[in-house]
Design a protein around this ligand. Structure first.
Ligand SMILES: O=P(O)(O)OC[C@H]1O[C@](O)(CO)[C@@H](O)[C@@H]1O
Length: 247
């Protein structure tokens, strides 16, 4: 794992997107196709905007995109829906991309989980984007995290720290309306990606960054597992890096 502290948030978004584009193009050159995983949330907005800039000339029709997580029971039209977020900020700007949404309001959630898990298990993942939560969650894998053995997609209970974060960021108006359950990609599935680009701006994440990346790998800090990935790059801005000794 490598940490890059960008000069500011714009530079962070630009550098992370550039690395993402290079990774996607290189996979397409080698294999004719790229399979990626996208994250959502406030931290990913600027990076995604740059990723889909038409000037990059990414042949999106040669890309399949999964995403990390979704609230159970939330329809795609809900403004807080992660797949709705991705359609607006990614799919609509990536012509021809094959998007695999987590339909977390499906009538049969178990069937949806099985279908998604079987599909991603058969795929070779070239790139996984992720962010981390204020409690160090990775996707919606809350502390204490299961680092091994989970199915690729599982049902999870949301931690109140994460639910409060969603209200603070303006995705929900009050805590009661934030769902208590979600579907999340498991950590073991994320770690299978050939490359991981972790995008973590903002002073709000400074403690999580310190806990995840300076101590031992610890289930209480789910994102700490990224230290073990051979090809993971964590992009920080000066604010999120504020509690790192080297910053
Ligand atoms: O980007 P945010 O909203 O700060 O959240 C951090 C991470 O938590 C999630 O919202 C939940 O998994 C991720 O998609 C995101 O990258």
């Amino acid at each position: 794992m490598k940490i890059i502290v960008a000069d500011d948030r714009e530079a962070l978004d630009t550098q992370a997107a550039k690395m993402g584009i290079e990774t996607i193009k290189s996979a397409i050159e080698r294999n004719g196709h790229a399979t990626i995983i996208l994250a959502t949330g406030t931290s990913q907005v600027g990076m995604l905007e740059r990723l889909v800039d038409p000037e990059n000339e990414v042949p999106w029709d040669k890309v399949t995109a999964y995403h990390l997580d979704e609230y159970v029971g939330v329809g795609e039209d809900n403004p807080a829906s992660f797949r709705g977020y991705l359609r607006e900020r990614f799919v609509d700007h990536a012509p021809g991309v094959e998007f695999v949404p987590i339909n977390a309001d499906a009538d049969d959630i178990v069937e949806e989980l099985t279908k998604l898990s079987e599909r991603i298990q058969a795929a070779k993942i070239d790139l996984c984007f992720c962010g981390i939560g204020e409690n160090c969650h990775l996707a919606f894998n809350e502390p204490p995290a299961n680092f091994e053995g989970a199915a690729p997609f599982t049902g999870v209970q949301l931690d109140d720290v994460s639910r409060v974060q969603q209200v603070k960021e303006g995705w929900y108006t009050d805590l009661d309306s934030v769902p208590r359950t979600a579907i999340s990609m498991s950590i073991s599935q994320m770690m299978k990606a050939e490359k991981i680009i972790c995008v973590v701006p903002d002073e709000r994440k400074a403690t999580a960054v310190k806990n995840a990346f300076t101590g031992d790998v610890d289930p209480q800090y789910p994102a700490s597992i990224l230290q073990k990935h051979p090809n993971c790059v964590v992009f920080l801005d000066p604010e999120s890096a504020g509690l790192l000794e080297t910053a």
